[in-house]
Design a protein around this ligand. Structure first.
Ligand code: PXP
Length: 255
């Protein structure tokens, strides 16, 4: 399982003082150096954090850029010029603090089919940020997305263990179904150093996209260390799954 680091909030801090630092471009390379597989940034219509020049500069330096964006013509035009390695389509509302809810692909399959064809013709992979809802997963496949990113926000927001387990069940069902219909699966939103472990124990996730918790933790430990600590948790979940598989196999051999 890989880690994508969302660097939007480095730009939030920079913009708060109208400065040129801290630089999201610098952050992107510290995160990649620390072991991140991808960098994600969200070019919002109101440009509240990441700006066009950030996206252009990062993309000119690495193809390991996942551009999060609304499916709006002016942003699609920029993405097609900048040519990131991949894009993730998200719903976007001006007043929201962060992306709320997943994309309704089911309502607009034709529209997304056209967008996907355009990106794919330029070798740009496209992901749909959706709720763990089987109908949306099926619609994403029909619309020709390469990936889905499962919105883990509801899981992250639950406090009671039984509610968390129910959300994990929904996420697992969505991953299993996506894998059966050959859609690759990413996951993200609201994941932190405590709640990631439960999701990382599930099979079938290619990449986690995590921003706020890593950037917040980096204030105290530095960005490289914050990325490495998150990677260590992901690796320890992988190791635990591997141990389970090995002991199951040994059990079967003994029987
Ligand atoms: N994935 C998507 C599609 C998002 O919109 C966001 C938030 O920008 C994230 C992942 C990262 O969420 P968080 O900042 O809560 O880790």
């Amino acid at each position: 399982m890989e880690l994508g680091v969302n660097i939007d909030h480095v730009a939030t801090l920079r913009n708060a003082r109208g400065e040129i630092f801290p630089s999201p471009v610098h952050a992107a390379f510290v995160a990649l150096e620390a072991g991140a597989f991808n960098i994600t940034c969200h070019l919002r219509e109101d440009r509240r954090h990441i700006r066009d020049e950030d996206v252009r500069l990062i993309s000119s330096l690495t193809k390991r850029l996942n551009l999060e964006m609304a499916a709006e013509n002016d942003i699609i035009k920029i993405a097609l010029e900048v040519m990131p390695g991949s894009v993730t389509l998200v719903p976007e509302r001006r007043q929201e603090l962060t992306t709320e809810g997943g994309l309704n692909v089911l309502n607009d399959i034709k529209k997304y089919e056209e967008i996907n064809k355009e990106f794919n013709s330029k070798n740009i992979k496209v992901s749909a940020f959706i709720e763990p809802d089987l109908k949306q997963v099926e619609a994403a496949k029909k619309a020709g997305f390469d990936y889905i990113e499962i919105h883990t926000g509801s899981y992250a927001n639950k406090i009671r263990q039984n509610e968390k387990s129910a959300e994990l069940g929904r996420i697992k069902a969505a991953i299993d179904f996506a894998s059966r219909i050959e859609l690759k699966v990413n996951a993200g939103h609201g994941l932190d150093y405590k709640n990631i472990y439960g999701v990382a124990l599930l099979d079938g996730i290619f990449e986690f996209n995590i921003g706020f918790s890593i950037i917040s933790h980096s204030l105290f430990v530095g960005l490289g260390t914050a990325v490495k600590e998150m990677l260590n948790i992901i690796k320890s979940a992988e190791l635990s799954k591997l141990k389970n598989t090995v002991s199951k196999n040994i059990g079967e051999i003994k029987n």
